[in-house]
Design a protein around this ligand. Structure first.
Ligand code: ARG
Length: 476
């Protein structure tokens, strides 16, 4: 509650106050309360800087800093927490400061505005979440690499159009997902580095005439440097949109992996059995074991896309500089980050605890014609143009289908009826294992190529970790 001696933020200009409906509509404390630590840190840095540049006496600066640290302890111990009657976290903390040190509290806001404060604090909050998200993503990538290493020689059908196309290894397939996530991690690091600049000192929009040391503030709060333009500093939220894109892309990637786990867990596939830790039963059907967690990851990718879209729409056409519309960036950002971090962690756990039924994957290659390309390539090696070879093998497949057999059931005589260049070794190329082992080129599906890409992935991750480290250090 604003105490009688606490001056209202804009009391001078106004005789009345906001209607209760307008208050309820506009107050943001319910969601920005979670910025309390950033608010306190930014305020401590501001007060110290004011002490150094002479805007406050050393004694005044110390009193403000001590009171702010007391408030931090109160919140940490649960002795006090901002109540809903305050408009936002900035107002709530300032009011508490008044309760503690009286009118001196009013000096803290010199040369600063909630506009530059909020832009600063959201960046600081995001920096912390970047650490959590990066750690979770790194773990997921390592989990995929670990499984890929284990299954670099496990055969399974590779699909295009959901139809059996060519045999691949499970390790190769899992690494395909891993590379997408490595790029997400790289995007996160880049977004983090682009975001890590300090708005403080921008004031409401045009800067201030007080001797605010922006370099000092930026350094104190772990930013790379101050933002160069005060108007941009208070009105830009592209870093929020960028994080929402990185998150949405990541969730879309997770949804593709989740969808495969769901499909692979059906009796029709039977490639994988998810752990009881990540599946649920049915209240009606006793036999059920449902992949709810994977389904929720798949579904929540839709929410992440929605939040990104909402954020872009929020910014579209918004004139400079600060407009209250910008307040609504936070529910979008918070909701997405709250969703994306556990999604990554759960996907990691789901993969770790899953039981892989490799015999089912191998069996799915029986009679599936997925080595038809090998047979065509065989004829090409015998000198036939690929188009002709393709046509001949197409006819062989048709004949097999009519007879209800697979390529592996063909005899040499049958093959030679289609073309005289087929010799004994043609029967060997039909073997899926051989087809996989022959794809040793860079990025191919052969076990040694998979092992090589796992090594490459480790290098990529080390480079990204290095980029991230600087950012993560800024969290102090
Ligand atoms: N709650 C506001 C936000 O999150 C803080 C800035 C308010 N500034 C203002 N001029 N009303 O954007």
């Amino acid at each position: 509650m604003l105490t009688p001696e606490t001056p209202k933020m804009w009391g001078g200009r106004f005789e009345g106050s906001l209607s209760p409906d307008a208050q309820a509509y506009s107050f943001s404390l319910q969601y920005d309360a979670r910025l309390w630590k950033q608010e306190l840190h930014a305020s401590v840095a501001h007060a110290r800087m004011m002490g150094i540049t002479g805007m406050l006496s050393p004694h005044e600066a110390n009193r403000i800093v001590d009171a702010l640290l007391e408030i931090q302890a109160e919140i940490e111990e649960g002795a006090w927490f901002p109540h809903e009657e305050y408009e936002d976290i900035h107002t709530a903390i300032e009011a508490r400061l008044y309760e503690k040190i009286g009118a001196l509290a009013g000096k803290l806001h010199t040369g600063r505005s909630r506009n530059d404060l909020v832009a600063t604090e959201v960046r600081m909050w995001l920096r912390e979440r970047t650490t959590d998200l990066a750690r979770a993503l790194l773990e997921l990538c390592h989990q995929l690499m670990h499984l890929a290493e284990q299954h670099k020689a496990t055969l399974m059908p590779g699909l295009t159009h959901q139809q059996h196309a060519q045999p691949v290894t499970l390790g190769h397939h899992l690494m395909a997902h891993c590379w997408a996530l490595i790029r997400d991690l790289s995007r996160l690091a880049q977004a983090g580095n682009r975001m890590n600049f300090c708005p403080l000192g921008a004031g409401a929009l045009s800067g201030t005439t007080f001797p605010i040391d922006r370099e000092l503030l930026a350094a104190e709060l772990g930013f790379d440097s101050p933002l160069p333009n005060s108007m941009d500093a208070v009105s830009d939220r592209d870093f929020v949109a960028e994080y929402l894109f990185v998150s949405a892309m990541l969730m879309v990637h997770l949804s593709r992996l989740a969808q495969e786990l769901i499909l692979w867990g059906t009796p029709e596939y039977g490639y994988v059995e998810l752990s009881e830790e990540h599946t649920t039963g049915s209240s009606l059907m006793p036999q059920k074991k449902n992949p709810d967690i994977a389904e929720l990851v798949r579904g929540r990718s839709a929410l992440a896309i929605g939040n990104l879209t909402a954020m872009l729409a929020l910014l579209k056409g918004l004139p400079l500089t600060y407009n209250r519309d910008l307040q609504d960036d936070k529910p979008l950002l918070f909701a997405t980050l709250d969703m994306v971090i556990p999604s990554v962690r759960l996907m990691c756990a789901m993969l770790e605890k899953a039981h892989w039924r490799t015999e089912r994957m191998r069996a799915a290659l029986q009679g599936d014609f997925s080595t038809a390309t090998e047979l065509a390539d065989y004829l090409v090696r015998k000198g036939l143009p690929f188009r002709e070879a393709h046509h001949i093998v197409g006819r062989i497949v048709r004949e097999c289908l009519q007879q209800g057999i697979g390529l592996e059931n063909l005899t040499l005589e049958q093959l030679q009826r289609h073309h005289p260049r087929f010799e004994q070794d043609a029967l060997e190329v039909i073997d899926p294992e051989r087809a996989v082992r022959a794809r040793t080129l860079l990025g191919g599906t052969a076990p040694e190529s998979v092992a090589h890409q796992i090594e490459q992935a480790k290098h990529w991750l080390a480079t990204i970790e290095h980029q991230l480290n600087e950012l993560l250090h800024s969290n102090g």
